[in-house]
Design a protein around this ligand. Structure first.
Ligand code: EPS
Length: 381
């Protein structure tokens, strides 16, 4: 059995984006349609720019699958770029504040932001979404759902109880929203916020929430700091370009409230429940000791505004050293809805990795046997 790991390669305007997911158990029916649906969702969102009109992201599975079923070997795949013009694109003369342009040029010791931004671009996140859509199919085989939705954009928030109000209609509401939010009444207001930023030639950030339902208790470990799911999910989200904050459960509010209003009581569960213990609240967001505790995982992430501004930002011309404005070619006003899909994917990857670490086997049947054994133990603790 191989540990679940993934790698991506590819430039924004190169031939293709490539990914490899290693450690998938054998015997899982892998739906390509499910991967393509997540890729298509990542392309959505009001406020995106011209590139998404050019691309139609689709996955092409290159290995690891036979007859639609995983073999246990590495799953390699390609997402082709239609806008594959890397050799013809101009080299930006003035680095963009907030992007990797200048830091990357200083790192490599050259004045070619094109050589930096082609990989630093958020285009790469399409490959992470495909990896997440592959990994999450393991989770779905065990009834685990990972679900992201937008909760604020440019300072405008959707209703705070949107999750509770949506209930079982969450997928229908989110997928019907141009912002991938759960509050249909908020869409018009969010559109106005994006339109105003577009008119100002500016860009906008925002935040999104990812929830995972149906998780078994005991994923991750407190035995070693980096094994904590708080660290692993936090790292997965912080590795998305433009993510500047991550919080679990009530998040930063833990710093302000007394302990009695932070920690979730433990009470006897009603007869017939899957565990002898219940939690009337979930302020912890599903993690205690860095380990899943059987409650829903609740994590939020904050995305900064895209650094490519039509109006420009103060910069310096590489050749002359004179003050000027940053180079502008094309960009989105906002891509927070798309970022929520990426967040969902990387959380699914982190959870699938921990799930297979705990219940790992070479085949799905072996994973299921270990899972069933542990669930039986959990019922008796
Ligand atoms: C993106 C592709 C990019 C941008 C955006 C995300 O396309 P292009 O650079 O050709 O316009 O739309 O890139 C960034 C936000 C970034 O930081 O570079 C995509 O596929 O998501």
């Amino acid at each position: 059995m191989t540990r679940l790991t993934w790698r991506t390669a590819g430039e924004s305007h190169g031939a293709a984006l490539i990914g490899v997911v290693e450690g998938m158990p054998a015997g899982l029916e892998l739906s390509v349609e499910r991967i393509d649906a997540d890729l298509a969702r990542r392309q959505r969102g009001y406020g995106r720019g011209g590139r998404m009109k050019i691309e139609t992201d689709r996955v092409e599975i290159l290995s690891g699958v036979k007859g639609g079923v995983t073999l246990g070997s590495p799953v390699a795949y390609r997402v082709s770029n239609k806008d594959s013009v890397i050799e013809r694109l101009p080299i930006p003369t003035n680095p963009r504040p907030g992007h990797a342009d200048l830091a990357g040029c200083l790192k490599y010791g050259h004045r070619d932001p094109r050589a930096v931004l082609e990989r630093a671009s958020a285009r790469e996140t399409a490959t992470r979404v495909a990896a997440g859509a592959i990994a999450r199919q393991v989770l779905e085989a065990f009834g685990i759902e990972v679900f992201a939705h937008l909760d604020s954009l440019g300072g405008a928030s959707v209703r705070p109880d949107a999750w509770e109000a949506a209930g079982e209609r969450r997928a229908e509401l989110r997928d019907g929203s141009e912002f991938l939010a759960l509050d249909p009444d908020a869409d018009e207001c969010l559109k106005a916020v994006v339109d105003a930023a577009r008119a100002d030639q500016d860009s906008l950030g925002g935040s999104f929430e990812v929830r995972a339902l149906g998780l078994p208790p005991g994923l991750g470990s407190y035995q070693s700091g980096p094994e904590r799911m708080t660290a692993r999910i936090g790292a997965a989200l912080f590795a998305i370009p433009a993510i500047k904050g991550v919080e679990f459960g009530i998040g930063f509010e833990v710093a302000e409230r007394p302990g009695s209003d932070v920690h979730d009581p433990i009470v006897p569960a009603p007869a017939g429940a899957p565990m002898r213990y219940a939690r009337p609240s979930n302020r912890a967001g599903g993690l205690e000791g860095g380990v899943t505790n059987g409650e829903a995982l609740v994590v939020r992430a904050a995305m900064k505004p895209i650094p490519t501004l039509r109006r420009g930002m103060p910069s310096v011309d590489f050749a002359t050293g004179e003050a000027t404005q940053a180079t502008y070619q094309r960009s989105d006003v906002t891509s927070v809805p798309a970022c929520s899909v990426v967040g969902e994917a990387v959380v699914a990857l982190a959870l699938a990795e921990a799930f297979l670490e705990k219940y790992g086997g070479d085949s799905l049947a072996q994973v299921r046997a270990a899972y069933d054994f542990h669930m039986d133990e959990v019922r008796r603790v």
